[in-house]
Ligand binder design. Structure first.
Ligand code: FAD
Length: 204
């Protein structure tokens, strides 16, 4: 049985107390109890290493689950903030709000930080939460199929591990839209067509 462990030495007390007020702490405690009681730690595949994917990874770790892998098609984290480098690129909400409640940054140089500083913030989270071993860069997930009988997902990727089995798939693909045929739990990530940076996926 694989019991997940946290790399708590890298977390400050503030990191661990950053739960919201909607039962997050209780759910995390329930996960820890289940793992301690022998429940297998789920294999979680996170698609994308932008803000969404990083947030998911950190929250899983904080809940005691470190059996996750982040698949990222590019060669770095940050997503939007790695890809958009045009002069003046900046967030349009105050930076202290455009950062994770559990990983606050007190020294933003501007009220509305620009792209390099935001990217540096997201990159800093990799070491802060020891995400490096979980990241698979240069790995695009091209298909995801759910096997109802086995209760597992099979992913096809362009990386070193072309076929991946996961218990849970989390999409951190903000700029990708795709349809899911809910009754069959089949998701195809191969693009039907692409419009600029938005790819539209269709289920046959
Ligand atoms: C200039 C600009 C300013 C913005 N300002 C704000 C703001 O002030 N406030 C706000 O809330 N939002 C803002 N946004 C929106 C911003 O995009 C989101 O806030 C957030 O960064 C999206 O994060 P994400 O992780 O969901 O997606 P993304 O950042 O798009 O990350 C997705 C990641 O998935 C990877 N990926 C894609 N497809 C695959 C695949 N098939 N397999 C593997 N990896 C894949 C991509 O390479 C990327 O790294 C702004 C966006 C821009 C461009």
């Amino acid at each position: 049985m694989a019991v997940a462990s946290t790399n708590s030495s890298r977390m400050t007390s503030g990191d661990r107390t950053g739960y919201g007020g909607s039962g997050e702490q209780e759910r995390a405690d329930a996960v820890r109890r289940a793992l301690a009681g022998g429940a297998p730690s789920p294999r979680v595949a996170i698609l994308g290493a932008g803000a969404g994917g990083l947030c998911m990874a950190i929250r899983l770790r904080q809940a005691g689950i470190d059996t996750f892998t982040i698949y990222e098609k590019s060669d770095g984290v940050g997503g939007t903030w790695r890809d958009n480098t045009y002069p003046g690129a900046a967030c349009d909400v105050p930076s202290h709000l455009y950062s994770f409640s559990f990983a606050s940054k007190n020294d933003w140089t501007r009220k509305f930080a620009e792209q390099p500083e935001i990217l540096a913030y997201f990159e800093s989270l990799v070491d802060r939460y020891d995400l490096g071993p979980h990241l698979r860069f240069g790995t695009e997930v091209t298909e995801a199929h759910y096997d109802d009988g086995a209760g597992t997902w099979t992913l096809q990727t362009t990386g070193d591990e072309p076929t991946v089995t996961a218990d849970v798939v989390v999409s951190g693909l903000e700029r990708t839209t795709y349809t899911v045929q809910e009754d069959k739990f089949v998701t195809y990530l191969n693009p039907a067509f692409q419009q600029g940076d938005v790819r539209v996926y269709e289920v046959p």
